[in-house]
Ligand binder design. Structure first.
Ligand SMILES: C[S@@+](CC[C@H](N)C(=O)[O-])C[C@H]1O[C@@H](n2cnc3c(N)ncnc32)[C@H](O)[C@@H]1O
Length: 254
């Protein structure tokens, strides 16, 4: 698939998904309202990743590949002036409706992450969740570096493909929320090379080593124990991050 075909396929897939979601918002505005803490705790990596953005008061922030736009709302609530973009007009509509429903201002635009319609050095902080692994990282990396201000930070939460057992499970097992576009692939160390070529600092932190069993088993007490064990293991041996389900990637513009 070439770049243009990939973008068309991504847009169609996500527009269809956004339309299916829109059909479920029967209570209108009430369905679009949400609590920031629920958003920050919906996966174990979100709260620590969001904290890495730092104090957002008075900052210009970008929700990169915003999808439903919850991160954009959370950043606006934290005091940032927020722009959100996505390739899918359907999702941009949802993000704009969500911002309005939650009483915050977010500038929502339809755009391609590989060719951003923003001036150089526009943003202090960039957030992205489950987006980089849809993109050509050489193109996206250059654009990110261009729009980030000196001293700015970009934080991405991405599925990680360093664990062969997990990759086998992803391919073979049926589980909730498995719907994927044909081109997306969990990232590997090799995929990050184009980011390392343009950013002076690229940090990668793993999340859910043992805790990834939550995809098929949801015993709250056991998961708390596994998450605490993960924290200790990953702190002691950061290289185990390569076996995790997700990573948080922190890019600093220097
Ligand atoms: C898995 S969803 C994640 C959405 C959202 N960030 C979240 O937290 O749920 C991937 C998103 O990437 C968007 N996307 C895919 N390719 C893109 C591109 N080239 N430029 C901008 N957005 C893109 C899709 O439309 C979709 O909304």
């Amino acid at each position: 698939m070439n770049g243009t075909e990939r973008r068309v396929s991504e847009q169609l897939f996500h527009d269809r998904q956004a339309a299916e979601r829109a059909d479920t918002f029967r209570a209108g505005v009430a369905d679009l309202r949400f609590d920031t803490d629920c958003f920050l705790d919906h996966e174990t990596w979100v709260r620590p990743a969001f904290a890495t953005l730092g104090d957002l008061r008075g900052k210009r922030a970008l929700d990169y590949g915003c999808g439903h736009g919850m991160a954009a709302v959370a950043m606006a609530r934290a005091g940032a002036s927020v722009t959100a973009f996505d390739l899918s007009p359907g999702y941009v509509h949802e993000a704009q409706s969500r911002a309005t429903a939650n009483g915050v201002r977010v500038a929502c635009v339809t755009a391609d992450g590989e060719e951003l319609p923003f001036a150089n050095a526009s943003f202090d902080a960039v957030w992205g969740n489950a987006i980089l692994h849809h993109l050509d990282l050489a193109m996206a990396g250059r654009e990110l570096r261009r729009v980030l201000k000196p001293g700015g930070v970009a934080v991405f939460c991405e599925p990680w493909g360093g664990n062969p057992l997990l990759n086998f499970a992803r391919r073979s097992l049926p589980y909730r929320g498995k719907d994927r576009t044909p081109d997306e692939q969990p990232l590997t160390r090799r995929d990050l090379r184009p980011l390392r070529a343009v950013f002076p600092s690229v940090e990668v932190r793993g999340f859910q080593l043992l805790g990834m069993v939550r995809r098929v088993w949801r015993n709250r007490r056991a998961l708390n124990l596994l998450d605490a064990t993960d924290s200790r293991l990953l702190h002691a041996v950061p290289a185990l991050g390569n076996w995790c389900r997700y990573v948080v990637i922190v890019l600093r513009a220097g």
